[in-house]
Design a protein around this ligand. Sequence first.
Ligand SMILES: Cc1cc2nc3c(=O)[nH]c(=O)nc-3n(C[C@H](O)[C@H](O)[C@H](O)COP(=O)(O)O)c2cc1C
Length: 251
Amino acid sequence: MDKDRMKSYRSFLKDSIRKTIDFSQTDQNRGIAPPPVEKPYAKEGKRIDLLKWDEWGDIGKMDLKTAIKNRESRRSYSDKSLSLKELSFLLWATQGIRENLGPGHARRTVPSAGCRHALETYLFVFNVETLEPGIYRYLPVEHQLLFEFAEDHLDKKLIEATFGQSFAGESAVTFVWTAIPYRMEWRYDIDSHKVIAIEAGHVCQNLYLAGEAIDAGICAIAAYDQEKMDALLRVDGADEISVYIACVGKN
Ligand SMILES: Cc1cc2nc3c(=O)[nH]c(=O)nc-3n(C[C@H](O)[C@H](O)[C@H](O)COP(=O)(O)O)c2cc1C
């Protein structure tokens, strides 16, 4: 082990960097308008309405104690498809907006440093009722799905981009969260990146617990080929970067 290299990477876990920042000079404090709460999209794109809170019936009624007790990582899924209702619930649980506070600010079902919410949610849809397979993006403000594109052999490409983790392509749907770092940097400058990683953990934990409540297995994935995943999602890997993945399939 190269001790110096290790030491420098360990510094990512610290918050020492905060003391080096002149916060009066952040974009927020210089009066620059906040970036939008969700990545803009072409209005003529195909959008699918998701079901809302009062349309879910019994979905999500499992008691929290049971959900926490039973949570585990599951990498093997049945052929049962996920309903749009169930997917709506999972998306709400992970990134749903509970209060819109005007341009650039919204409170969600998960916490985020400074309420900056730097993540976007992409879905590799393989087996969801009424949805054609392909890549979609969640639009939290509209509580809709945006159809991004379809491609041949997406399952194989996803498996390849996760270093051969086959369950990634055998799921009903695989979530990939990207970060748009500027949303956090606008407020916290170079003290943004650790909290973005923490935020992703909150999101995925909600997915695990919500998955329990709909009898679905979840497995987080952090081992993936960065460049292949960014290319697969058609994001630039600089201003938008894939950071975390989780597979979902019915038990
Ligand atoms: C940050 C993070 C990254 C993970 N990455 C992977 C992964 O790439 N592949 C995988 O099969 N499991 C992955 N897991 C799941 C862990 O292997 C799993 O949580 C751990 O073995 C404990 O099992 P449990 O979740 O069932 O309690 C990851 C979990 C976390 C929290």
